[in-house]
Design a protein around this ligand. Structure first.
Ligand code: G6P
Length: 613
């Protein structure tokens, strides 16, 4: 989604802003822009398309010395919501005087009413955006103190915002504020960087301040002063990012997605390390360190999430039911938040979110808190809003995930959910022996995944047979059903092949009508309970001419024989088997997309972190 970078410091703001925007490219966007202060004026450059187009534009239009001398500026990558991704709709937007520039993430919901009021006062708007309305509103409120003007304007808006504001009249500061859209301030040595995502900050400093909702900050090169919207000072700690700049680079791989697939053995080892207890046959999760008694009183697990995180929850559902013997449900977060869910203090709500910023998941967390549920988060991004608001949770420690298509976050989510279910289970009916068996299987996940990754070349060969397909159907049963859903999601989002995931039993209730000679069916038929039924469904597909690519367990020759071609994954406990199986499908999707020359890391229309509803 949209990205913000702001810089105030020693010099070369344009170059620093462009580098920051590049770091945010992975979030998904369709236009970009920046504004710097030069010679007492706000100077703006914008372009539709990529940051590279913006760079070219600024190089053409701006004098060279602006690049070396301008020392304060704000920049933005826009993911279109109000109006198409054109240059004029790109941020920054200026106020009526042209002296104030604004970049904005989020949505100003009452922008139409505000725009009409401002137009009646003679304001003229150039774009279709809600952001330009806010820029004009700030200008209208400005009586010589840009901080106060932003406060006053924000009191008048409804909706969500993460913003950075620059005024030519007060060149020593950037004003930044947030409500529902993240802002992180990096505190450097004689320079301060603002960003919507820490990955734009890591090259400068590890010391950051996370703004909370309704915080507004006066950011100078050597100070950060935070207040609330009523101008009352608030205290926010400086935190250590603990992120490595190299982790956010491609490191020799053609795509971030491929790098992140290959990082999975290590990411999973990080997610699992020190969290299994082989004496008790349980897990040790600091974020779940509530008393066993309190945990045993929870009667229901409700997982909420979106996209890939939702699929991880669906695997978790099997784990909680089987290992913990507790009712478990998974809800799409947007559905959950608006459905007025029935919740109480015995419900254990787990918010699953890689980024920790997804708007619907965050709203679901607030709803669950409101209703008195026991709420925990499962996030990857340390210090993210969901992680902070839940107050208790388990981090994935998977390292930064840059590719829009989530891979290592998914497998780490599943691994952590398995450990959570194990812990909950051991406080109930799960025996030490079975707990131990599951713990050992979880411990072997990195090795199982490494074995699948070794087959990347073989999977790339198989992928050639699917490059020309326009439709594909993924099927599975039990815990392999969410794996099929995730496999279909991976393929469709990066290769643009229409892919659907179905429960294998559901095929007969409609989708089978779509099968004709050669239709590809990707069947997750690992040797786990329900496999024989899946094999039966495969036969039904074959009888109608479908072409079957099977994901089968090593050594299961009978299953392999049912397939036209297959990928083998190592044998393991049936819940754990979901992880190597999905890795095979990640590689399959990657290789098909690569052969189709797709923009793998930034697929069209998609965003890494969806901070609007
Ligand atoms: C976007 C991303 C997906 C992700 C989903 C939920 O749609 O493209 O990869 O699964 O958001 O994101 P979250 O950060 O909450 O896991």
């Amino acid at each position: 989604m949209c990205g913000i970078v702001g810089y105030i410091g020693k010099a070369e703001a344009p170059n620093i802003l462009i580098k920051g925007l590049r770091r945010l490219e992975y979030r998904g966007y369709d236009s970009a822009g920046m504004a710097v202060l030069d010679g007492g004026r706000v100077e703006v450059a914008k372009a539709a398309g990529k940051v590279a187009a913006l760079t070219e534009k600024a190089r053409e239009e701006w004098p060279e010395e602006r690049f070396s001398k301008a020392s304060v500026g704000i920049a933005h990558t826009r993911w279109a919501t109000h109006g198409p991704p054109t240059e004029v709709n790109a941020h920054p937007h200026l106020d009526q005087s042209g002296q104030i520039a604004l970049v904005h993430n989020g949505i100003i919901e009452n922008y139409r009413a505000l725009r009409a009021r401002l137009e009646a006062k003679g304001h003229q708007f150039l774009s279709e955006t809600d952001t330009e309305v806010l820029a004009h509103l700030i200008g209208e409120c400005d009586k010589g103190d840009i901080f106060q003007a932003v406060c006053d304007a924000l009191h008048k808006v409804e909706g969500t915002f993460g913003i950075a504001v620059l005024s030519a009249r007060e060149p020593d500061r950037i004003i930044t504020a947030r409500r529902g859209s993240p802002i992180v301030v990096g505190v450097g040595d004689g320079e301060t960087i603002i960003a919507s995502d820490a990955s734009a900050i890591i090259a400068h400093t590890q010391r950051v301040i996370y703004l909370d909702d309704n915080d507004i900050a006066i950011v100078k090169s050597d100070s950060v002063e935070i207040r609330d919207l009523n101008n009352v000072p608030v205290n926010r700690e400086i935190a250590e990012l603990g992120l490595d700049a190299e982790a956010a680079e491609k490191g020799g791989y053609d795509h971030f997605m491929l790098k992140e697939i290959h990082e999975q053995p290590e990411a999973l080892a990080n997610a699992i390390r020190g969290r299994l207890d082989f004496n008790l046959g349980s897990s040790v999760l600091a974020g779940m360190s509530t008393s066993p008694r309190e945990l045993s009183e929870l009667t229901r697990v409700v997982m909420v999430g979106c996209g890939t995180s939702l699929h991880a929850g669906l695997v978790g559902e099997y784990a909680f039911e089987e290992l913990a013997g507790v009712n478990a449900e998974v809800e799409q977060a947007a559905e959950f938040r608006y459905r007025n869910p029935i919740l109480g203090c015995k419900d254990f709500v787990i918010a699953i979110s890689q980024s920790g910023e997804t708007a619907d998941t965050l709203a679901a967390v607030r709803e669950a808190h409101q209703k008195g549920a026991f709420v925990m988060s499962l996030c990857n991004v340390v210090g993210s809003t969901i992680a902070r608001e839940t107050g208790r949770g388990v981090y994935l420690h998977a390292g930064p995930e840059i590719s829009v298509a989530s891979t290592k976050a998914f497998t780490s989510q599943v691994a952590v959910l398995l450990m959570m279910a194990l812990k909950l289970g051991r406080g109930r009916r799960l025996s030490r022996e079975y707990g131990l068996e599951v713990a050992q299987a979880i411990a072997s996940i990195p090795e199982l995944v490494a074995k699948v990754i070794e087959q990347s070349d073989h999977i790339a060969e198989l992928a050639k047979n699917y490059v020309k397909d326009e439709h594909a159907y993924f099927i599975g049963r039990g815990p392999m059903y969410p794996v099929a859903l995730e496999g279909a999601l991976k393929l469709k989002e990066i290769s643009y092949i229409h892919a659907e995931g179905y429960h294998a039993a559901e095929l007969k209730h409609g989708p089978i009508a779509l099968l004709t000679e050669g239709t590809p069916i990707i069947a997750v038929a690992c040797d786990v309970p329900g496999k024989d039924k899946t094999l039966g469904n495969i036969e039904e597909c074959r009888a109608r001419g479908a072409r079957i690519l099977g994901i089968v367990t090593e050594g299961d020759d009978a299953a392999a024989e049912c397939m036209d071609e297959f990928i083998q994954v190592p044998a393991t406990h049936h819940l754990v088997a979901t992880v190597p199986a999905v890795v095979a499908l990640q590689l399959f999707a990657y290789h098909v997309a690569r052969l189709r020359d797709c923009e793998i890391d930034q697929p069209r229309n998609l965003a890494k972190s969806v901070t609007v509803e």
